[in-house]
Design a protein around this ligand. Sequence first.
Ligand SMILES: NC(=O)c1ccc[n+]([C@@H]2O[C@H](COP(=O)([O-])OP(=O)(O)OC[C@H]3O[C@@H](n4cnc5c(N)ncnc54)[C@H](O)[C@@H]3O)[C@@H](O)[C@H]2O)c1
Ligand SMILES: O=C(O)[C@H](O)COP(=O)(O)O
Length: 466
Amino acid sequence: MAQPKDIALSTQPDFATRMSVSTSPSAAFHSPPSSFSSKLPQRGLTKQLKPFNSKDIKILLLENVNQSGRNILTGQGYQVEALKTSLPEDQLIEKIKDVQVIGIRSKTKLTEKVLREAKNLLVIGCFCIGTNQVDLEYAAKHGIAVFNSPFANSRSVAELVIGEIISLARQLGDRSNEMHQGTWNKVSAKCWEIRGKTLGIVGYGHIGSQLSVLAEAMGMTVIYYDVVTLMGLGTARQVPTLEALLTEADFVTLHVPELPETKNMISTAQLEKMKEGSYLINASRGTVVDIQALINAMRSGKIAGAALDVYPNEPSANGDYFNRQLNQWGEDLRSVKNIILTPHIGGSTEEAQRAIGVEVSDALVRYINQGVTLGSVNLPEVNLRSLTLDEPNYARVIYVHHNVPGVLRKVNEIFGNHNVDKQISDSRGDVAYLMADVSDVNLGDMKELFDALEALSSKIMVRVLY
Ligand SMILES: NC(=O)c1ccc[n+]([C@@H]2O[C@H](COP(=O)([O-])OP(=O)(O)OC[C@H]3O[C@@H](n4cnc5c(N)ncnc54)[C@H](O)[C@@H]3O)[C@@H](O)[C@H]2O)c1
Ligand SMILES: O=C(O)[C@H](O)COP(=O)(O)O
């Protein structure tokens, strides 16, 4: 049976040692889980936990998750099935029934309909930044944690956009296509340096702010619009409205999440506000730009160039799928001049994929083996110091429950005469997460605790690890 070893020393070096990736500014506000902090004094060596009502941990990885991540998961003894593509809904529903863990990227849609069938699912790993493809609320209400990698591909996206700004300003795509057709077409008309031009960044988060620094280093003036008031890096300046940004920028680049408010954020009215002969770049989500409106604006000459990395409908696998069947404007878009079309490769670099593989797999392992939710995007972030080999008869009880009055009293009644060595509880909206380490328990005690918690009306999910 491929299970986490009963009581084993963790042989994984810590994340920061294996991959020198940067940490999110917000990460500094959390204490690191103790499995990260091998240099801190510990009472004993960390014990790897497993469920008392033991089942194999089966994991389905879709969309070609990087080998770095697969190695960590198989190294834990989990059963891992890895596929290169995403799956059509009917096949996904069949496969997801069987697994405790699913790893996806941006294509796999984990809707309520799919998740309803995922009766064994404990946790979802999004091996990417975006989590819009998952019904986060449904998952939370069913005790399914969701993790992502919030910034490991930000630099890759920012670098791609820098390349596109220069390529659009110099019409590189068209010149290269012409040469591939055997045509020598040496022109300077409407080809520009980017020095001294204004870059307008919509969404000044992880990617937008990275891009800001790179663009300024190349002599661009940077302005940005964000719904949150944020300090600009370097001499970048926040503008109060999207309209102010559109009227001032020579290049507009979009780095907002997919939300109802960002759907068609750039459509005919916004394109009309943009400067004559300006450029538009979208490497965020396909729903953010009204593509038919963009085609019209480019045909009229209002917009001099565009780069798109994302589309409302994207195919689940590589192949000749970018056509009218996928998106009805497909062929029109392909016929426009000075438009760079890329197949959602903003985060597709070796560096980013390797780092994401490690970061998300580490989060999954911590969650599966220890119940730690640090970094979860849909459950409260809860951490409890790891159990050690000095604590052999302990059980870690995890109780995910509806956030209603009176639950803690009932839970503590169930703990009854046991000694609760440490306990923590937090809530996020309607869902609360409690973790407690109980000492001096045997397998029979664990079953009793499990059954009693299962019977509570507030229960969403119970796990007992030892
Ligand atoms: N093309 C790719 O391969 C690729 C790779 C990574 C991320 N992405 C996409 O890029 C998006 C941005 O990534 P990030 O890491 O910078 O995200 P982030 O969360 O760090 O930053 C997003 C910013 O957008 C702002 N924002 C939200 N709604 C807004 C609105 N209506 N108007 C203006 N600003 C708004 C937020 O306040 C935040 O500052 C992701 O959500 C993802 O969809 C694409
Ligand atoms: O959300 C993301 O990180 C990007 O859109 C990249 O998605 P991908 O991993 O599917 O390329």
